[in-house]
Design a binder for this molecule. Sequence first.
Ligand code: PLP
Length: 462
Amino acid sequence: MTATASNPTGLDLQQAAKDHLWMHFTRMGAYRDAPVPIIERGEGSYLYDSAGKRYLDALAGLFAVQVGYGYGEEIGAAAHAQMRELPYYTNWSYAHPRSIELATKIAGLAPEGMNRVFFTSGGSESVESAWKLARQFHTANGERRWKAIGRDVAYHGSSLGALSITGVAGIRSPFEPLVPQVSHVRNTNRFRRPAGETEEQFTQFLLDDLEQRIWSEDPSTVAMVIMEPVQNSGGAFTPPAGYFEGVRALCDEHGILLVADEVITGFGRIGDWFASNRFDIKPDIITSAKGLSSAYASIGAVIASDKVAAPFLEGTAMYTHGVTFGGHPVQAAIALKNIEIMEREQLPQKVRATEDQFRATLAQLLDLPIVGDLRGTGYFYALELVKDSETNATFSDEEAEKLLRGFLSERLYDAGIICRADDRGDPVVQISPPLVAEQQQFDEIVTILGEVLGEASRLVGH
Ligand SMILES: Cc1ncc(COP(=O)(O)O)c(C=O)c1O
């Protein structure tokens, strides 16, 4: 192999990937006889593979690259300056300027009264940290509470604690028994609810389910309820009116902490710095990662309310938890620069201003017989695929496997778009582009998806 700028050693990347790289959540056998997709560079909302082919990244990496791929120079310069000044130091008993500045910045963007920031290396670690914090908070208040309540089909991460909270059977079962005593309540999927049900009735139905679960667990043992403001897995489930107000009231009634998992929704994705602001959720703890640095660094943050932080700020009390890379100065410098860019480009405001336009563009796809529903808000949508949009009948597991893995994933990639055909709940296509995407990209998404989903429609007999 000849050396190039992105492959200076001239390594045979394709062969080396097959020989040495262990890809995440990947059926590696699929690449035994097929090439591994190798993404070499990015610009704006686009990625380029090692053959120079361009892809529209309609997933922002993994729901994360808010500013797109074009800020390497500017963010790199901030990382470089930090590397020169202080490449690493810890937040275990010490502070350093960048983690202090970043914590202050985040506290300023977070909902009122959420002023204390604990840094992690990513989303799973943020969720782990929140659960431990919730447990220790109750202990500090003289109670012993340890249980968590999550929601069906929600993904909260892959480490054992976060996986235990995750409500996706297929990725839990290989690792059972998991951390015990987590239960799951209904999510806010409204597709296929009875036709005459009002929004108010739906909200009440969900809150009744949560209340029953709290009682059946024994409320005095429940440490936290954890929910994404808009649930990704299953396909961009938005909360019905009054839902989070009701969840908050139930948590207050039973002394349970409410955790908003904003690993995806945080940092602009739904048109506000935090979805908790947009939906007035008033959480006790927010978990975040991804968009905090636009995924230019592996940094996450747990943001605690003054109430949650208070017991740990007195006397000899301590949150008995930490990770080597928490608040890493270079990662913090990258996150600070990312937020500065997002503020300068007014990305959350831009998302809010263009979300209707985006949704209206995507709604054209509802004309296809295979598209049953369009859900979501901000720059965060899902199309649910159905056998027939007249009946909204869904696919069997076997049919979904054939359609999603056997056809769609590969065909979408071949057609030059990256979005996710996901079957963790009913089959959906998830769309979550960089926040710098504009009408031109919305149109391109619809053109390519329209073509490929049209083929899929014919494949399933339309
Ligand atoms: C809502 C939510 N929580 C937690 C996580 C885990 O984050 P990470 O992959 O950074 O560990 C994810 C990842 O997609 C997520 O979507």
